[in-house]
Design a protein around this ligand. Structure first.
Ligand SMILES: *Cc1c(COP(=O)(O)O)cnc(C)c1O
Length: 458
C-alpha cells in the first residue's frame, strides 16, 4: 500500500509546474514538501495522494520559506524596552525619514555648505549639544562600544578606579572587568559590594590613575545598609587630583521619570550639570531611538576619544543617524508623545484598560467555555536595564484553560503569524496591553483564537 503510494508521488519538475514562480525559495520548498509527503506516507499518516494534498504540503513549505527570520512580533509582555524584542520601537514619522534617507543617496559625509568632506554625525552633534549642554559629542555603534572606546582612549595602561558595588554585568556578557581588560586599562576596585566611601576612591588615587569611573547599576539595586558616592562628589575629588571622571549612564534619560510616578533617576542633563567630564549612554533604551552609543563631555577629552583608531571601527551607519536625528528633533520640539517609549511610559491606565476590554470582547465572544478570560490590573517593568525595581500599573487580558497548560498556550502563541509574546504569571497567561497598539488588537485576537483551536483539537 505504502509502496504504491510512494510511486504515485510526482516528480519535482511536475510539481514545480504547479508553482511556476521559479524562485530558488520555491524550488527548495517543493523538494522539502515532497520529502515531508514521503515521510508522511512511510509513517502511515497518508493513505492517498491528490493534487490538493500535494498543494497543501508544498504551500506550507513555501510560506515558511518566504518568511523573514527577523520579523514583526506583537509584544504583549508589557516590558517597554525589551532587549529580546528589539528594545525601542520608533514612530512612523521617524521611519518615513529613515526610508527617504536609505532609498537614495544622502549627504552623509558631505558638507552641503562648503562642498567639502563633512563629519557623519554633524547633524546629531548640534542637537545633542543643545539638548544636554555638553561641550562636545561622539557617537558610536552602541553603548558597549562607547565604554570600550572611552576606556581605550583615556585610560589604556592606566588605572581606572571603580566601586565594587558597580562592577556590573548586563545581558549579552558585557562585564565591566572584561571590557576594562580589553581596553588595556587596569581595573582598580575600591570599597565593598554595599558600601563605597569617597575616601576609598581618594586612597586609591596614585600617579598611575587615569580615570574615575562611575557605572549605573542598570539591572539591579544594592539595598539596605548601603553607601555610594554621587557624581558631584566624585567630580570634586577628580578636580582636586586632576583626574577626569567618566560616568557610564547605561540607559540615560532626557526626561525626569518622576513625571510618571517613578522614583528619581538623574537625567543626562543633571549629570552634565554635576560636572562629570565624559558621559555615555545607549540610543535605544530610555532615549527611545536607534541602537547607538552616545558619548558627550568636555571638548578636550572628546577630541581625544574621536582621534582613537577604534572610533573608526565602531562608527555608526546612516540608518542609525537618520533615526537618531529625527528622534532628537522630537526632543527639541518637546514632542515626547511621538517617541513610542515615552508614549507607552506615560499612557494613563484607563486608555490601556480600554484596549484590554476591546481584546477581551473579541475573545470572549469566540473562545469556548474551557477557557476563562478576564481583564485585570497588573504591574509591569519598564525593562532594558532602565529602572530595575520600578513597575508601572497596567491592564492585562488573563487567560486560563481547564486541564491544559498555559505554558503550551504561551509557546504556541510565539509560533503564530504574527508571533505573540505574552507573559506567564502563577500559571496564568497574561497579555499585557501597555505594549500592544490599538491597530494590533485584531490580529492579536486572531492569533489567540487560532492557538485556542489548536489546543482544543489536540
Ligand atoms: C545597557 C548598558 C550598557 C550597554 O549598552 P548597549 O547600548 O546595550 O551596548 C553599558 N553599560 C550600562 C550601565 C548599561 O546599562
Amino acid at each position: 500500500m505504502g509502496k504504491e503510494l510512494l510511486r504515485k508521488i510526482p516528480s519535482v519538475d511536475r510539481v514545480l509546474k504547479m508553482f511556476p514562480d521559479g524562485s530558488k525559495e520555491t524550488k527548495e520548498a517543493v523538494r522539502k514538501g515532497l520529502d515531508k509527503l514521503r515521510k508522511a506516507i512511510l509513517e502511515n499518516q497518508l493513505h492517498e495522494i491528490t493534487d490538493e494534498i500535494i498543494r497543501k504540503f508544498i504551500t506550507k513549505e513555501i510560506e515558511k520559506a518566504k518568511k523573514f527570520n527577523l520579523r514583526r512580533v506583537i509584544n504583549a509582555t508589557g516590558v517597554i524596552i525589551h532587549t529580546n524584542l528589539g528594545r525601542a520601537p520608533i514612530d512612523n514619522e521617524v521611519a518615513e525619514h529613515l526610508k527617504e534617507i536609505i532609498t537614495g543617496y544622502s549627504n552623509l559625509e558631505l558638507n552641503l555648505e562648503t562642498g567639502k568632506r563633512g563629519i557623519r554625525y554633524q547633524n546629531v552633534k548640534e542637537l545633542l549639544k543643545e539638548l544636554t549642554d555638553a561641550e562636545d559629542v561622539c557617537v558610536v555603534n552602541n553603548n558597549a562600544a562607547a565604554v570600550l572606546l572611552v576606556l581605550s582612549a583615556l585610560a589604556a595602561g592606566k588605572e581606572v578606579i571603580v566601586s565594587r558595588g558597580e562592577l556590573i554585568e548586563i545581558g549579552g556578557s558585557f562585564r565591566i572587568p572584561d571590557v576594562m581588560k580589553q581596553s588595556g586599562a587596569i581595573l582598580k576596585e575600591v570599597g565593598t559590594t554595599n558600601k563605597t566611601h569617597l575616601k576609598d576612591y581618594e586612597e586609591a588615587i596614585s600617579e598611575n590613575t587615569g580615570l574615575l569611573l562611575k557605572v549605573h547599576t542598570s539591572n539591579y539595586k544594592v539595598l539596605g545598609f548601603t553607601e555610594s558616592v554621587d557624581s558631584k562628589q566624585l567630580v570634586e575629588l577628580g578636580r582636586k587630583h586632576g583626574i577626569p571622571v567618566y560616568e557610564d549612564l547605561g540607559s540615560g534619560s532626557f526626561i525626569d521619570v518622576r513625571h510618571y510616578g517613578l522614583s528619581y533617576e538623574p537625567t543626562v542633563q543633571n549629570i552634565v550639570k554635576s560636572g562629570v567630564d565624559v558621559i555615555s549612554f545607549s540610543g535605544d533604551k530610555l532615549l527611545g531611538s536607534a541602537q547607538a552609543g552616545i558619548i558627550i563631555g568636555k571638548k578636550e577629552l572628546i577630541e581625544k576619544i574621536k582621534r582613537h583608531p577604534l572610533n573608526r571601527a565602531l562608527r555608526i551607519d546612516k540608518m542609525t543617524l537618520a533615526v537618531l536625528e529625527a528622534t532628537l528633533k522630537l526632543y527639541k520640539n518637546e514632542e515626547y508623545q511621538k517617541i513610542p517609549v515615552w508614549r507607552m511610559i506615560s499612557e494613563p491606565e484607563n486608555s490601556i484598560k480600554a484596549r484590554a476590554e476591546k481584546l477581551h470582547k473579541l475573545l470572549a465572544e469566540k473562545l469556548p467555555d474551557t477557557f476563562s478570560i478576564s481583564v485585570n490590573r497588573e504591574e509591569a517593568e519598564i525593562g532594558g536595564g532602565a529602572l530595575p525595581l520600578e513597575t508601572l500599573p497596567t491592564f492585562v487580558v488573563e487567560i486560563s484553560i481547564k486541564d491544559k497548560s498555559e505554558e503550551a498556550f504561551y509557546e504556541l502563541l510565539r509560533k503564530e503569524e504574527p508571533p505573540v509574546i505574552g507573559r506567564l504569571k502563577n500559571g496564568k497567561l497574561l497579555l499585557d496591553m501597555r505594549t500592544v497598539k490599538e491597530e494590533e488588537i485584531e490580529v492579536l485576537s486572531k492569533s489567540v483564537l487560532s492557538v485556542a483551536k489548536k489546543l482544543i483539537d489536540g
